[in-house]
Structures are given as structure tokens and as C-alpha cells.
Design a binder for this molecule. Structure first.
Ligand SMILES: Nc1ncnc2c1ncn2[C@@H]1O[C@H](COP(=O)(O)OP(=O)(O)O)[C@@H](O)[C@H]1O
Ligand SMILES: [Mg+2]
Length: 365
């Protein structure tokens, strides 16, 4: 049985016409790390706050463990839901030591147990020797680990984190993604993390929930989400992609597009359970939309590829070169994005020849 269950959760704020969260259904297993991912204003924070009890849903039901914490007839206050919350700005008390900050949520515990537990979670986050310091005397990354230790101290059913990485600079951000996941795994806790950053979401979670306008678009592992995005919004939100429309030739696994014929993956692609299975295409209408990842396009020597086009722009990222290639004589059409290795010399205005790996092609809604 699922550990956390959100059923048909809708939130309509009084002053708005459109719900901030719309008929959201989501189940989470014990020990899972889930991220809510989506652009600003799509309802991630509102969902988290409803789960925590800081905001009341307009309708729906929320179950945590074996307890219904919200439905038509009841709403448990936040402190009775077994939730540990890590706020975006960490919300540490500046006048309390690190140890006292962590002990704060343990006010019902015996004094000896409080001290012991505080030490235990500070050890867990790698700050066992920092108990006597004040928040101003430690770095941003350490403050975040204290906030996490404080949330974990009362052994909550679930830890909620809202944009935990957004205050950190790039280098520290990468380290904290690793540290936070490590700590959550060691503590064996269930966690829900809100982020608008795809890299954060992919790096930390077992499953990602992509939201748009209060509505869940797809729930999948990072790998499945990237390789088999359900619709064009997800395809574009998680990484770069090329979206093309075309006519499907059902029996042949081929799609006729403006750039030529594109092959769909032939057999069952193991990571995909959904839309990109060619065997499931039967019954689908003739005109289809395709997502082709830039990594799926491989440059080959001149004239050897099935497709070719003129390089309009090259962006050098250091890890790869991003080429914008125009495949048609019609200059107004969108160029395709293709990644090329950094050691390949590619001149602006030159013609490149390439093939498309069908594993990175996918039908989308
Ligand atoms: N207290 C509130 N009153 C009215 N509207 C709100 C309130 N909180 C959030 N909203 C609206 O709900 C929508 C979702 O907001 P939010 O959950 O904060 O999005 P996200 O965290 O994904 O950026 C937005 O349109 C926002 O303006
Ligand atoms: Mg938010």
C-alpha cells in the first residue's frame, strides 16, 4: 500500500478563477524521494503546503501512513502530521546554537533524549562538532544541513523541502544535491522536494512529477522522463528537444516529416512503458508529433548521413557543441538542435550530414 496518497486535490484561492492545483492524484512509497518539478507558479509550493497542513485544499483527500490527515470532514494541524519541513531560507534561529536549533522540534522529548538525538542527527549530516556554533558562524551549505537535521530529528514520516538548492551557487549546489540525497537515504526517510530546476530534480529523485498550470503532466523516473516524455511540454521542460510533426506510416514504424523520414524505435524500449512504443501506435491518428533529442542526432562524414543541413549557429558549452542546423531551404523554419563532440571542427555556414538514432525519438502528445 502506498505510504502517502493525495487524491483529487484541488486548491482554488478565493481571488482567482483558475485552480492553483487541479484534481491532483499522487501516491508515494515509503523511502521514496520524489520531486515536484515545473515552472514558477505551476502549484508546487501550494501542493507541498497542503500536504504539510499550512494550506487547506478546496477538495480532496490526503493520507499519510495509515492516517487520513485531510478530507471533507477533518484537517489535522501541521504538528500532528509527522512532517519535517525544510524552508527555502532554512529558517534557522540566529540566537540559538546549532544544537539548540536542532533540539527545537523535540520539546516533548526528555532532556537527555533530546541532546542525544540532536547529536545523532548532527553526526548524520556531518556536523557533529558544530553544535556550539551559531548559524552565522557556518556556511550556507552547512546551514542547509542543519535545517535538514532539524527536520529529521523528530523522525517524521516525510521530509518536505521547498527549493532547497536555489540559494546556493553552482558548485555548492552540485555538492548539496549529493549530500542531501545521501543524508535522506541514510536516514531512510521519505522525501518530497520542490524545484523548478530539471538538473536538481534528475540528480536527487527516484521519481519526478512534472506539473504545469496546477496539473500533473507526467510521473516517471528521470531516465524514463527524458527518453519518453509524454507530451511536448514535458519534452521541452526536461532538457532540449526538437519537436516535429509528421504523418505516421503505421505498418512501417516510419514518420514522414518535413526533414525526411524518421524511424521510430523498433522494439520495446526497456525504459519506456508509455507513448513511444511503436507496437502501441495502432489506432493513433495519422498526424503525429515527434520529439528528437539533440543527442540522438549523430554527425557523420559528408554525404554519409540520411539528413543534412546548414550550420546556422554554434554554441560551445565545453562538454559539447550545440549546433543549430537548418535543414530546409526555407529560412523561416526552426533549425534543429544537434550536439557534436567538442573536438570536432565545425564551421558556421558549413553543411553537416547526420543520422538519427531511433532510441532517442519518441512520439509525444
Ligand atoms: N496565498 C495565495 N493566494 C492567492 N493565490 C496564491 C496564493 N499562493 C499561491 N497562489 C497562486 O497559486 C499559483 C501556484 O503558486 P505556487 O504553488 O506558489 O507555485 P510554484 O511553487 O510552483 O511556483 C500561482 O498562480 C500563485 O499566484
Ligand atoms: Mg514555489
Amino acid at each position: 500500500m502506498s505510504f502517502i496518497k493525495l487524491e483529487q486535490i484541488t486548491k482554488l484561492f478565493h481571488d482567482s478563477l483558475r485552480p492553483a492545483v487541479d484534481s491532483l492524484d499522487l501516491t508515494i512509497e515509503r523511502g521514496e524521494i520524489i520531486t515536484l518539478l515545473g515552472p514558477s507558479g505551476c502549484g508546487k509550493t501550494t501542493t507541498l503546503r497542503m500536504l504539510a497542513g499550512f494550506e487547506q485544499p478546496s477538495t480532496g483527500r490526503i493520507t499519510i501512513g495509515d492516517q487520513v490527515v485531510f478530507d471533507n470532514n477533518k484537517s489535522l494541524p501541521p504538528e500532528k502530521r509527522g512532517i519535517g519541513m525544510v524552508f527555502q531560507d532554512y529558517a534557522l534561529f540566529p540566537h540559538l546554537t546549532i544544537e539548540k536549533n536542532v533540539m527545537f522540534g523535540l520539546n516533548k522529548w526528555k532532556p537527555k533524549d533530546r541532546k542525544e538525538r540532536a547529536q545523532e542527527v548532527l553526526d548524520l549530516v556531518g556536523l557533529g562538532d558544530f553544535g556550539d556554533r551559531y548559524p552565522s558562524q557556518i556556511s550556507g551549505g552547512q546551514q542547509q544541513r542543519v535545517a535538514l537535521a532539524r527536520a529529521l530529528a523528530p523522525r517524521p514520516h516525510v521530509v518536505l523541502m521547498d527549493e532547497p538548492f536555489s540559494n546556493l551557487d553552482a558548485g555548492l549546489r552540485e555538492k548539496m544535491r549529493y549530500d542531501v540525497t545521501n543524508i535522506l537515504r541514510k536516514a531512510n526517510t521519505t522525501a518530497i522536494i520542490v524545484t523548478h530546476d530539471q538538473k536538481d530534480a534528475f540528480a536527487v529523485s527516484d521519481r519526478v512529477v512534472v506539473m504545469k498550470d496546477g496539473i500533473i503532466q507526467q510521473v516517471a523516473s528521470p531516465r524514463e522522463m527524458y527518453r519518453c516524455p509524454k507530451n511536448s511540454f514535458v519534452a521541452q521542460f526536461v532538457g532540449k528537444t526538437n519537436l516535429l510533426t509528421g504523418k505516421l506510416e503505421k505498418d512501417k514504424n516510419l514518420v514522414q516529416t518535413t526533414i525526411g523520414t524518421v524511424c521510430l524505435p523498433l522494439q520495446k524500449n526497456q525504459v519506456c512503458e508509455t507513448s513511444c512504443l511503436s507496437s502501441e501506435i495502432e489506432g493513433m491518428c495519422e498526424t503525429v508529433k515527434l520529439s528528437i533529442r539533440p543527442e540522438g542526432c549523430q554527425i557523420v562524414s559528408e554525404g554519409k548521413g540520411s539528413y543534412f543541413g546548414t550550420v546556422e549557429r554554434v554554441t560551445y558549452s565545453g562538454e559539447y557543441q550545440e549546433l543549430y542546423v537548418n535543414l530546409q531551404s526555407d529560412k523561416s523554419s526552426e533549425p534543429m538542435v544537434i550536439y557534436a563532440p567538442v573536438d570536432q571542427d565545425i564551421e558556421l555556414g558549413s553543411v553537416v550530414s547526420f543520422n538519427i538514432k531511433s532510441d532517442l525519438v519518441c512520439l509525444v502528445e
